[in-house]
Design a protein around this ligand. Structure first.
Ligand code: HEM
Length: 356
């Protein structure tokens, strides 16, 4: 009889390990196991659920106006990143100021994000898109929590506020959103787009010409003197107060922000936009943004741009923050929807047409 040699258990395990690893890899990548990745359309649905339908407009930050200007790099950024726009020089900039929320005709008299979106173009045509808010932290750390937040904060038509029981249950699951609410309730609210500081909130990675990588956040700090809106009188503000104020201010001259890059220490969390880094982190000023013109979206270049923060030049890369991929997917879904719908005039365009 021919002797039968049985494979040893360790050999069987080794043979099975490769296909099993492959299968697990496919399952993870395909989202069959673990936390499934949200689609941009699913996130846009949640934003529409919250704000109601406003066809033709952005599904978030719906109220805005376009601006143009330039970014003057002082050259210091080249020590951190090989991005062409950090080389000393002047680069064209176009962007959009907006207020948070999905209603393009909402009043400016609300305690919400003021925001600046920006596109800086290098001489070779390479672009960098940035979308920033006037607060240094975000209410949620994950795309799943973002969708939950949109659902929980849908205003009750009877009161115009979220349903208290739904909100209470949400906040019990998300103390990070409660911390954000406490922050924005207490923080002063800029009385102009021109005197707000705008933050990247999410972390990114800068790669220098030697290939060294540093994790950073950045902010645009205004040269204009800070003034705060009286939060007890927000309901009495004219509906387009912030936008009108900016147009009047620009008629008198340009407005400027200093761009500061903050380097993370190895202790800092790079994947959690709800947590601010300590204020003693090393900061390097890399240039000045100068804005000299603004106007309604229907007359400007910004309306048909998505300020997707993952559109980055060589020398800047994504961090491990899970919000970034979700933002990219959601901005694209929002753009696909609004581009296919006929956008009406913006709030600012309407007011100007009325001669206000
Ligand atoms: C999961 C997290 C987030 C989601 C799903 C989200 C979603 C969106 C969407 C759908 C738009 C409209 C895009 C378009 O139609 O062009 C938008 C706009 C915007 N978002 Fe976000 N966002 C997120 C986080 C953030 C964060 C962390 C910031 C600030 C750092 C931010 C700042 C902005 C700004 C400034 C705009 C207006 C851009 C413009 O003027 O075109 N977003 N967001």
């Amino acid at each position: 009889m021919v002797p039968v040699s049985r494979p040893r258990p360790s050999t069987v395990a080794a043979i099975l390990a490769a296909p099993a690893a492959l299968l697990i890899g496919f399952a993870l990548a395909g989202g069959w196991v673990g936390t499934p990745r949200l689609s941009g359309g699913g996130i846009a649905d949640a934003l529409e659920y919250n704000a109601g339908p406003h066809p033709g407009y952005r599904r978030a930050h719906a109220k805005g106006l376009c601006f143009t200007g330039r970014f003057d790099a002082n050259g210091a950024g080249t020590a951190l990143s090989r991005a062409r726009i950090f080389a000393k020089g002047s680069y064209s900039a176009t962007g959009r100021f907006s207020t948070g929320g999905g209603n393009p005709f909402a009043t400016d008299g609300r305690n919400v994000f003021h925001a600046m979106a920006l596109q800086i173009t290098a001489p070779d045509g390479e672009i960098w898109r940035l979308a920033m808010d006037h607060v240094p932290i975000f209410p949620v750390a994950t795309p799943q929590a973002f969708v939950e937040l949109q659902r929980a904060t849908k205003p009750d038509p009877a009161t115009g506020k979220p349903v208290p029981a739904i909100m209470k249950a949400y906040l019990a699951r998300h103390p990070e959103t409660k911390a954000y609410q406490d922050y924005i309730t207490a923080a002063p609210l800029p009385d102009s787009f021109a005197n707000g500081t705008y933050y990247s909130i999410n972390a990114f990675r800068f790669i220098d010409s030697a290939g060294a990588t540093r994790t950073v956040r950045w902010s645009f700090v205004p040269e204009a003197t800070f003034g705060a809106l009286d939060k007890t009188k927000l309901a009495r503000l004219p509906a387009d107060h912030l936008f009108d104020e900016l147009l009047h201010r620009l008629a008198r001259g340009s407005v400027r922000w200093r761009m500061r890059v903050t380097l993370a220490s190895p202790l800092d969390r790079t994947n959690d936009a709800t947590v601010q880094w300590p204020s003693d982190r090393r900061t390097i000023e890399v240039g000045v943004l100068n804005i000299d013109r603004a106007g309604p979206e229907e007359q400007g270049a910004c309306r048909d741009i998505t300020f997707d923060p993952t559109i980055l030049p060589r020398g800047i890369a994504l961090s491990d923050d899970p919000l970034l991929a979700a933002r990219s997917a959601a901005y694209a879904a929002s753009f696909r929807r609004r581009a296919a719908e006929a956008p009406g005039p913006s709030a600012i365009g309407k007011a100007l047409a009325r001669g206000e």
